[in-house]
Design a protein around this ligand. Structure first.
Ligand code: C2E
Ligand code: MG
Ligand code: MG
Ligand code: MG
Length: 294
């Protein structure tokens, strides 16, 4: 910052910057203990079939119940976790928690048949060298079939070292684990990754879904992505569906799955279990025809 201010100027001491740095340090040391002190939480968001309106899977989203600051979203602490490498242990913890909850909900009577559990993976977890071992042992420990687990990676995580990513992900995929490209459309990868990399699912970024109903260019882009995915044998999931308009448009484009506020926001494990029970095993939960629920 001092440099950005210009070479001729000299910033001796900025109390505000000092305070920011101190908060950052305190946060880092708190985060180091968060797993041991059992302060991490997982929120779950249903992933719904756009054909039937039924939840078939869910995504695990990490939260931190900070002793002083309350429940923190990933944006508040993942940057520090990534910077310090703590993200690797956090990622392993989330994976195991999500597999345990998936396994226990699947055994409950009267809930819809769940096909998958989605877990986000950070770049450092790809680089550390034991991701396959960590994933396979979590699946075994919780008795979850590999084909039920979706690992979500963003384009930029994959493109950081595409050859290495391809090697690690191919091995996992050979074991049956599914690979999803998260936030698709926001990165800088070329279309070539779609057939060169071992992937199963494209998750269309919420920024495209948000702009779709106002701007027909975005609708055309999303339609192009779903068409391309179909031709390549990839499944599509639209993120951040907030309105019945967006849902109706995605249905005409034959997008397979969706998640977002329109269906349900991320929720605590207890709320998720209640939600699944309330869905039962028969009638559709929510569709674009269900306007009475708006
Ligand atoms: P993501 O994987 O793309 O997750 C989707 C984000 O969209 C979540 O934010 C979710 O709460 C939010 N969302 C859900 N429905 C809607 C909607 O209708 N409208 C809008 N505008 N947003 C919606 P969240 O939970 O804050 O997570 C943010 C990001 O943090 C995630 O983006 C993911 O990249 C990262 N993240 C979360 N948990 C983990 C984790 O366990 N490990 C790693 N490495 N990253 C994680
Ligand atoms: Mg994700
Ligand atoms: Mg995403
Ligand atoms: Mg996103």
């Amino acid at each position: 910052v001092a440099k950005q201010a210009g070479k001729a100027r000299c910033v001796v001491f900025d109390p505000e910057m000092h305070a920011v740095a101190e908060r950052h340090l305190a946060m880092e040391s708190d985060l180091r203990q968060a797993i041991a002190l059992d302060q991490l939480r997982v929120a779950y968001q249903p992933i719904v079939s756009l054909q039937t309106g039924r939840p078939l899977a869910f995504e695990a989203l990490v939260r931190w119940e900070h002793p002083l600051q309350g429940l923190l979203p990933p944006a508040a602490f993942l940057p520090i976790a990534e910077e310090t490498g703590l993200i690797v242990d956090i990622g392993t913890w989330v994976l195991n928690r999500a597999c345990a909850d998936f396994a226990s909900w699947r055994r409950l009577p009267g809930i819809p048949p769940l096909a998958g559990v989605h877990v986000n993976v950070a770049r450092q977890q790809l680089l550390v060298g034991n991701l396959e071992e960590v994933v396979m042992s979590a699946l075994q420990r919780h008795d979850v079939a590999p084909s039920c687990l979706h690992l979500e990676l963003t384009e930029s995580e994959i493109m950081h070292d595409p050859d290495h990513a391809a090697a690690v992900l191919s091995e996992l995929r050979r074991r049956g684990v599914k690979i999803d490209v998260d936030d698709f459309g926001t990165g800088y990868s070329s279309l070539a990754i779609l057939h060169e990399l071992p992937i199963d699912v494209l998750k269309i970024d919420q920024s495209f879904v948000a702009k779709m109903s106002q701007d027909h260019c975005f609708a055309a882009l999303v339609h192009a992505v779903t068409t391309l995915a179909q031709n390549l044998g990839l499944v599509t999931v639209a993120e951040g569906i907030e309105t019945s308009d967006q849902l109706a448009m995605l249905q005409t484009m034959d997008c397979d799955f969706g998640q977002g506020r329109f269906f349900a926001m991320p929720m605590s494990p207890a709320e998720m279990q209640a939600y699944l029970c309330s869905c039962g095993t028969s009638a559709p939960v929510r569709s674009s025809l269900d306007l009475s629920m708006e």
